[in-house]
Design a protein around this ligand. Structure first.
Ligand code: GLN
Length: 278
């Protein structure tokens, strides 16, 4: 393999993958910013850097998500480690975090539960911004919990605890002021699962039976046993699931039921308050 400059190897990459993706991958390998690539186009790469980059270009050309290649993704105001054991945090999920923060006072110790935490992005971000609160985050995947735990330690967030649990299964009688979740909600036959990043993400985190409503319906039915009186439940859902979610919340005796749009104007989160004394 002849020695290649930044400019030469980028030209090779542009024929195979998106230009912005090529820059991002090379920046990550060289630990430099975009301006560096432009101003050091004559710099010669080491053999190791060259091989690493060519391998990533090949994987990216086969569709592997950028976040899985570089092993991280920004969410809200932090960077989270990710692997193919967890869903890649999405910008629309920041709405769930904002709503959770609105419901959680800064001057009181609230108890918050995050169901299906994955990388821990939601739980850790809420814990970071509500230092007096205690967050419990569960996931059925051991690999996801180990990544979430790593992220909390890396970001020095200590008011979050991770538990391996199939939804509420390991929570015995614990009660919370707020339960939040971004559960799997895509219908199993939805063609989107065969497109883009979704092809590489864990099915367990993406799709559910009954037109994607299975997990959501279990969570809404079981949440009242784990909510303090007047506690809130907030769920992220698909673009066409707000009405179904609201009906489930009504059937579960929730009040103040509401849906909220994401930045694209799509109803993305629904929730309600559980005011019946249990
Ligand atoms: N919002 C994601 C998507 O449609 C899916 C996340 C999920 O299933 N919870 O790509």
């Amino acid at each position: 393999m002849p020695s290649l400059t930044i400019e030469q190897i980028l030209r090779h990459a542009y024929q195979r993958i998106d230009k912005t993706d090529a820059h991002l991958l090379l920046q990550h390998i060289l630990v430099v910013n975009h301006a560096f690539l432009l101003t050091h186009s004559d710099q010669i790469l080491t053999l190791e850097q060259t091989n690493h980059f060519l391998h990533w270009v090949l994987q990216r050309s086969e569709g592997v998500p950028i976040a899985y290649l570089i092993g991280q993704r920004e969410f809200y105001d932090s960077v989270f480690k990710v692997s193919d054991a967890v869903l890649i945090p999405r910008p629309e999920t920041e709405l769930l975090v904002d709503l959770a923060l609105n419901l959680t006072p800064t001057n009181r110790a609230c108890r918050i539960l995050d169901l299906g935490t994955g990388s821990g992005a939601i739980a850790i971000t809420v814990a970071k911004h509500r230092a007096l609160s205690q967050v419990i985050a569960v996931d059925v995947s051991v690999d996801a919990i180990s990544i979430a735990d790593w992220n909390a330690k890396n970001l020095r967030i200590s008011n979050v605890r991770f538990v391996i649990s199939n939804w509420f299964s390991e929570l015995s009688n614990e009660k919370f002021d707020l339960i939040i979740t971004n559960p799997p909600y895509i219908a199993e036959n939805d063609p989107h699962l065969q497109q883009g990043d979704l092809r590489f993400e864990p099915k367990l985190a993406l799709s559910a039976d009954h037109s994607g409503m299975n997990c959501m319906s279990h969570i809404i039915q079981t949440a009242p046993q784990h909510l303090e009186k007047d506690g809130w439940l907030l769920l992220e859902h698909g673009y066409d699931q707000a009405d179904k979610c609201k009906i489930l919340l009504e059937n579960g005796n929730f009040t103040n039921i509401c849906s909220y749009p994401d930045l694209a104007g799509i109803m993305r989160v629904s929730g309600g308050q559980f005011s019946v004394s249990s």
